[in-house]
Ligand binder design. Structure first.
Ligand SMILES: C[S@@+](CC[C@H](N)C(=O)[O-])C[C@H]1O[C@@H](n2cnc3c(N)ncnc32)[C@H](O)[C@@H]1O
Length: 301
């Protein structure tokens, strides 16, 4: 009897499920469901793919930071250019195009990625969706900085989890292209950790602070931490105002630091000094010319 009652009770699930998906995804008017299926955020049947949902959450969160920048930078009516480095499957580029660029008749997104199959797949998808102001380049960030067919100026540079030093290369790209804004979520970082490892014995003898990177896991984490601190100082020294926050809750990604840099033209001398001091303190002077070529020499180091 109870079972029969349950069966006969008002049935809402199918509709509620559909509503849930729209709500859970925070779909916006005009947003392409075909795109979300192609990115495997929705299954072919239109159901939510829980694994990809995490990525969408990160991308949406980033969009909240990038959209106001795009709006502000395009106020004068010029066509905004955005370069997304280490694009991968180009979740970020596609969502930005779908939600922002699609409604405009100008503006362009370049996705830069070293893995050829991903670049081909993104180009194909952009063509299928008619996202004709998206371009995908199969090259490294550093190569794209030197490529003479690239625009000489970019408004916004993004790099979402671009591996290792690709984030540094994205910063170098942004500086070269006089980017008005850079939005960076750094990934794993090995370069500084390798330097720390090399000088560990010496540092431990010299300063108790070297305990902070004595154990291998600490070396890796300190390496990442120091790298991001140096990146922020470098951007400030090069005329950017920098904010550092969390991208989304830690349950969504271990690499969760969001660096937003806005060009103001005010080159902070104190940041340059601090950067030099930190490089010296951690025995990283060798990185100065490679990673921070625009860093002015300061006398008070
Ligand atoms: C962790 S994935 C992130 C992809 C994408 N941004 C996302 O968040 O879904 C990093 C991507 O950067 C690419 N990559 C790594 N080093 C690169 C470089 N120097 N230049 C261009 N792409 C690079 C990798 O092939 C990979 O697809």
């Amino acid at each position: 009897m109870g079972k029969t009652d349950k069966k006969q009770s008002p049935q809402k699930p199918a509709k509620a499920g559909a509503l849930d998906i729209a709500e859970q995804l925070g779909l916006k008017p005009g947003q392409s469901l075909e795109l979300l299926k192609a990115l495997h955020i929705l299954t072919r049947e239109g159901k939510l793919n829980q694994d990809s949902r995490r990525k969408l959450k990160q991308v949406y969160h980033l969009y909240q930071f990038i959209e106001p920048l795009l709006t502000e930078l395009s106020k004068d009516g010029h066509a905004v250019t955005l370069a997304d480095h280490g694009a991968g499957k180009s979740y970020l580029g596609f969502i930005l195009y779908d939600l922002y660029f699609k409604a405009l008749d100008q503006g362009r997104i370049f996705g830069i990625e070293t893995r050829a199959p991903l670049v081909e797949a993104s180009q194909k998808l952009a063509t299928e969706l008619g996202f004709d102001r998206m371009e995908f380049l199969n090259m490294s960030v550093a190569e794209s900085t030197r490529a003479d067919f690239m625009p000489s100026q970019f408004d916004v540079v993004t790099a979402l989890h671009a591996c290792d030093t690709a984030t540094d290369d994205a910063i170098a790209f942004g500086l070269e292209k006089q980017a008005k804004a850079m939005v960076l979520v750094p990934c794993c970082q090995a370069e500084v950790a390798a330097c720390l490892r090399q000088t560990k014995a010496m540092s431990l003898a010299r300063t108790p602070l070297a305990e902070l990177w004595r154990h291998p896991i600490h070396t890796r984490e300190m390496g990442s931490q120091i790298t991001n601190v140096l990146r922020c100082l470098y951007l400030e020294a090069c005329g950017y105002q920098v904010t550092v926050t969390e991208l989304v809750g830690w349950e969504h990604s271990m690499k969760n630091e969001l660096i937003v840099a806005r060009y103001t033209g005010q080159k902070k001398r104190s940041a340059a000094q601090r950067l030099h001091q930190l490089l010296a303190e951690f025995g990283l002077e060798g990185l100065a010319g490679v990673r921070y070529p625009h860093l002015p020499q300061t006398s008070a180091v």
